[in-house]
Write a protein that binds this ligand. Structure first.
Ligand code: NAI
Length: 680
């Protein structure tokens, strides 16, 4: 190699064969992301190279973790308005156009992740050569941030691989592995790491053929066919989201249907569409949620604690699933219960989880080998780095257990309880070192719910909290530190919402109408169906605990229905009747109350309780609170969390509306005053 030119983010070398190697190494960043300065530098390199007599150009990454992760999301939050955004996107498009029109062959040499703007850059090259490895992942996840590709991806991708595959990738935001990428023609050549450079050179020197879509796939972009495909695409998107909440997929489909025959016009419209989306509230809130997630992830870095052995006591619904999840994440896990017969169902469920997630028999077998039944705890207790108690929700039973195990476990083992409602102060009394008990409050179903509340009492040691956070990250969950108060954060905020829904049923409003109002607001599931799914007995139990401390009254209806043995989905009947596990829902509306009234009653009780939690210091700040409610309950992410919703609705309006509702429905709507110290 000779002629090395280095800039801040790019490094150019030219070899003896006249091939330029342009290596991306984003300064001060662990991953390559495309920021405005990176694109400007790239443009200068490309301009100079285009004037030289070269055989070809290879673009590659210097980062071990991957090629390019996408655009720099931080820049999304700094856009003044949609015209500033459009200008920025147009200049990015111009760089990729220059790349596409280089007077010699160009290759993207891909390893690891190649996502979003990174894949769009690769699409502007003539060849895509990718490493044959399971860590190679390609995709266009923009839709998850409320936008669609903006650097020419919407134009180039359908042309390259046909509309059905291209739209599937862009509308779901899913990433695919290198095998699938090769099958659909997204990459041209797949080779082992050691042959990547050789293959790139071969593409350039031998002018190897590039992927060409079949005639059938090319026809999918034809103007006569597009309206039919559009109908199918819209129908599928409608199954997942509503246009008012998530406009991006609809904008993408319209863009393609209107302009797929005219690439120049489509590029201009692509930029205009993304500029509008990116400055809209959905994208801004989803970007906020992205950073909230990063914030929760960063919490695990406060200590270098690393566990390898986990012991779970109680192999019921929660303990069994926590144990399986830890084994799936590579931990060696022992699972204890009173008798072997209580552990067997958990082992069966674990096998199903491993089969679904790991697919290959060899991987499933090794996960099963990592999960060991341990009836009396003899194998695991003494050696575990983390012990998680998940037995019955009973103070005395838990205290007795702690007394028994404390002398046996390692002095530095992390000792955690999964209690959902018992204050830690009542449990750590049984320990000779009360400061070591911390709460690891998982949510059901464990494999789906990302959040884990890290519960600390006044006496819990800070080191224990830090180690609990680190462990939670180690098993790929999101830690949320909360104070030990009734219901902690998530259940406490969720409960008034569920109870309000039950009160509505009492007033004669149909469960289907109530659930529809919540889903139309953007909740993943209505409150009545959620209560039925959790189990009405469990809801009542948690409500009783929370209501004692917080003066929340429980509608008589809930007690009555539990007394009748209608416990929800698990008993075949709750507020809904279940046939083959599915609720029978009437489609016609029976309610005379306006939908707005239903929504406000449900959501504003949540918002009000969220403010109470903030005032009471259950959680450190408003951002963490929103993160907890979004990741712990699925609260409409595009609204950015209950407190963010309060800001966007305006806190004066909120107060006024709560007062109105208080006038109609009573004291439970009395607006909680926001303390000065927490108005973040
Ligand atoms: P469960 O009733 O399904 O399981 C409890 C298990 O503990 C049973 O298998 C029982 O045999 C075993 N057990 C009881 N005493 C024991 C002892 N002394 N030694 C060993 N094993 C013993 O209960 P579930 O729902 O799994 O709840 C467990 C804990 O998790 C409770 O503290 C609960 O509050 C909490 N939790 C429950 C959630 C839920 O949705 N069910 C959600 C979050 C936390």
């Amino acid at each position: 190699m000779r002629n090395i030119i280095k800039n801040i983010n790019w490094r150019l070398e030219k070899d003896r064969n006249g091939i330029a190697w342009l290596q991306f190494d984003k300064a001060d960043s662990g991953a390559n992301v495309l920021s405005a300065d990176v694109l400007e530098e790239l443009d200068r390199f490309l301009k100079n190279l285009s004037e030289e007599q070269l055989q070809g150009l290879v673009i590659l990454s210097a980062k071990p973790n991957g090629f390019i992760a996408g655009a720099d999301i931080k820049e999304f939050t700094k856009l003044k308005d949609s015209s500033a955004a459009e200008k920025l996107i147009r200049s990015g498009q111009a760089v990729f156009d220059r790349l596409e029109n280089m007077p010699f062959p160009t290759v993207s040499m891909i390893h690891g992740f190649c996502l979003g703007g990174g894949l769009e850059l690769a699409l502007a090259c003539r060849y895509r050569v990718a490493e044959d490895h399971q860590r190679t992942r390609l995709g266009l996840p923009e839709v998850k941030l409320g936008i669609h590709p903006g650097f020419g991806g919407t134009v180039r991708l359908p042309r390259l691989i046909g509309a059905p595959n291209a739209m599937e990738l862009m509308l779901t935001g899913r990433t695919i592995d290198v095998r699938r990428a090769k099958n659909i023609g997204l990459v041209d050549y797949v080779v082992p790491s050691r042959h990547l450079k050789k293959m790139s050179v071969m593409c350039i020197r031998n002018h190897l053929p590039v992927h060409k879509p079949s005639l059938g796939l090319r026809l999918t972009n034809n103007m006569l066919v597009r309206p039919f495909i559009k109908k199918v695409l819209i129908k599928n998107v409608n199954k997942r989201v509503q246009e008012a909440h998530y406009p991006a997929p609809y904008a993408l489909i319209n863009l393609w249907e209107s302009y797929a025959g005219n690439p120049d016009k489509m590029l201009a419209e692509e930029a205009r569409s993304v500029a509008e989306l990116i400055t809209g509230s959905t994208a801004q809130n989803l970007v906020r949620v992205f950073f909230l997630m990063e914030k929760l992830k960063s919490m695990g870095r406060s200590t270098d604690f690393s566990a390898s052995r986990v012991h779970v006591i109680g192999a019921g619904l929660m303990g069994g699933d926590i144990a399986a999840w830890c084994a799936l994440q590579g931990m060696n896990v022992t699972l204890q219960d009173r008798e072997a017969k209580y552990i067997a169902p958990a082992m069966k469920r674990a096998y199903r989880l491993f089969k679904k997630r790991l697919k290959k028999p060899r991987l499933i077998q090794s996960a099963m080998d990592r999960l060991m039944p341990d009836v009396n705890g003899r194998a695991g207790l003494k050696r575990a780095d983390v012990i998680i108690e998940a037995i019955f929700e009973n103070v005395e039973a838990k205290q007795n257990l702690f007394r028994e195990i404390e002398p046996v476990i390692k002095p530095d083992a992390l000792l955690a309880t999964n209690t959902s409602s018992i204050p830690l102060e009542a449990l750590n009394r049984a320990l000779s070192r009360p400061e070591r008990l911390v709460g690891l409050h998982f949510f059901n179903p464990v494999a789906k719910m990302q959040l884990v509340e890290i519960v600390a009492s006044a006496s819990t040691g800070p080191d224990e909290v830090n180690r609990a956070k680190a462990f939670t990250r180690q098993i790929d969950r999101l830690p949320l530190p909360v104070k030990s108060t009734p219901g902690f954060l998530v259940n406490r905020v969720l409960m008034p919402y569920l109870l309000e829904a039950v009160s509505m049923v009492d007033e004669g409003i149909s469960p289907a109408d109530i659930d529809r109002a919540a889903v139309d607001f953007g909740m993943p599931m209505g409150p009545i169906l959620l209560a039925d799914t959790i189990g009405l007995d469990i809801c009542l139990h948690v409500a009783e605990i929370i209501s004692k401390g917080l003066n929340i009254s429980i509608p008589a209806r809930l007690r009555a229905i539990v007394k009748e043995g209608r416990l929800g989905r698990k008993s075949g009947q709750g507020f809904y009747v279940y046939k083959k596990g599915r609720p029978v829902v009437s489609k016609t509306s029976s309610s005379r109350t306006s939908a707005k009234d239903l929504t406000d009653r449900l959501i504003l009780r949540m918002v009000n309780e969220a403010i109470s939690c903030l005032n009471a210091g259950v959680i450190e700040n408003a951002d963490l609170l929103d993160a907890g409610i979004i990741f712990g309950t699925g609260f409409a992410p595009f609204r950015g969390g209950p407190l963010n919703y309060r800001y966007t609705e305006g806190s004066k309006n909120l107060r006024h509306r709560l007062e109105e509702l208080e006038g109609h429905y009573g004291k439970r709507f009395h607006p909680v005053k926001v303390l000065e110290s927490v108005t973040t």
